[in-house]
Design a protein around this ligand. Structure first.
Ligand SMILES: C=C1C[C@]23C[C@@]1(O)CC[C@H]2[C@@]12CC[C@H](O)[C@@](C)(C(=O)O1)[C@H]2[C@@H]3C(=O)O
Ligand SMILES: O=C(O)CCC(=O)C(=O)O
Ligand SMILES: [Fe+2]
Length: 315
């Protein structure tokens, strides 16, 4: 893969990882993509089309309901970000042209919450939990491959955080109605705070990533693939070798867009610090040790677009 200064990445040459390729090639390619862009596409990922389509169907069913019914899922608010949201993102006045449903990825939470989301709650709950189980396993697999590609001895050092049954992972459905003439900002520029985010969508474009020179690269929709974002936590855990990718979503002028994103997060009390192998590049840790709870508490006080890691840097 050429470096971004030689061949700038564009929509047509975004890094694509084929999970059926030999393991050592895959792990090196993923690390290269994470160093250069903090972003890649995964194909032949092993999650069935049926599992993915079922979850999208549940998403479309939900957003097709009347407003009062959607609100029964609980309104996302400044005190509790989970539930149904319309235009308001987070608690600091960020707005976007979207509706969303933000849920914890715990199976028991999904089972309980599904009663307020769907008329067929057991169908909703089994579709979402089946999907969560599959994307969690894929996220863990990618994190092990990353550790291998970085020559870290303990290859489950990152994946353990996501596998833990207390992990604070989330699933989010975003629904962007068409905005008549122009594309508008559906979800404003930001990085994801977690380790890795796995995004799938229907066949409608709108997702974009930002590269070093502040140029936006449109990411073509591919309903058969997952797009993977490096999040802030993986930046910290790799001691800055990877950077979390800035991204945003625009509305489409003619078609509705549905995205489903799994955010792989550590447990609240997990202590976040880079493994020893990651300190050799500069000889010290760029960030002080903190818990995910501390980081989360901090970012929920901030605006969407703010850089969240400055506060955690070592002097
Ligand atoms: C404005 C905000 C919304 C957000 C929490 C935050 O304070 C800053 C990060 C935002 C983000 C981006 C990725 C995910 O969509 C999200 C759920 C997350 O963990 O961090 C959102 C938060 C949110 O919408 O609640
Ligand atoms: O909906 C999308 O395509 C991206 C949204 C996003 O970045 C997020 O929910 O964090
Ligand atoms: Fe995001």
């Amino acid at each position: 893969m050429a470096t971004s200064s030689q061949t700038p990445f564009g929509s047509q040459n975004l890094p694509t990882i084929n999970l059926l390729d030999p393991r050592s090639i895959v792990s090196n390619e993923i690390v290269e993509a994470c160093v250069e862009l903090g972003f890649f596409k995964v194909i032949n990922h092993g999650i069935s089309y049926e599992i993915i389509e079922k979850v999208k169907k549940e998403g479309f069913n939900f957003f097709g309901k009347e407003m009062f019914e959607k609100s029964l899922a609980g309104q996302a608010s400044s005190t509790n970000p989970l539930g149904y949201g319309y235009k308001n993102i987070g608690s600091r006045g960020d707005m976007g042209e979207l509706e969303y449903l933000l849920l914890s990825a715990h199976p028991s939470y999904i089972a309980e919450k599904s009663i307020t989301i769907s008329n067929d709650s057991s169908q909703f709950s089994s579709a979402i939990n089946e999907y969560i189980k599959a994307v969690n396993a894929l996220t863990c697999k990618l994190l092990v491959l990353i550790a291998e590609g970085l020559n870290i001895q303990d290859t489950s050092v990152f994946s353990r955080l996501i596998m833990d049954e207390d992990s604070d992972s989330l699933i989010r459905f975003n629904y962007y109605s068409p905005t008549s003439n122009n594309a508008e900002i559906g979800f404003g520029e930001h990085t994801d705070p977690q380790l890795l985010s796995l995004l799938t969508s229907n066949d409608v474009d709108g997702f974009q990533i930002s590269v070093q020179n502040d140029e936006w690269i449109p990411v073509p929709a591919d309903p058969n693939a997952f797009w993977v974002n490096v999040g802030d936590m993986l930046q910290v855990l790799t001691n800055g070798r990877f950077s979390s990718v800035r991204h945003r979503a625009l509305t489409n002028s003619s078609k509705p867009r549905l995205s489903v994103i799994y955010f792989g997060a550590p447990p609240l009390l997990a202590s976040i610090s880079a493994p020893p192998e990651m300190l050799s590049n500069i000889g010290y840790s760029l960030y002080r040790t903190f818990t995910w709870a501390e980081f989360k508490d901090n970012f929920y006080r901030q605006r969407l677009t703010e850089g969240r890691l400055n506060y955690f840097k070592n002097e």
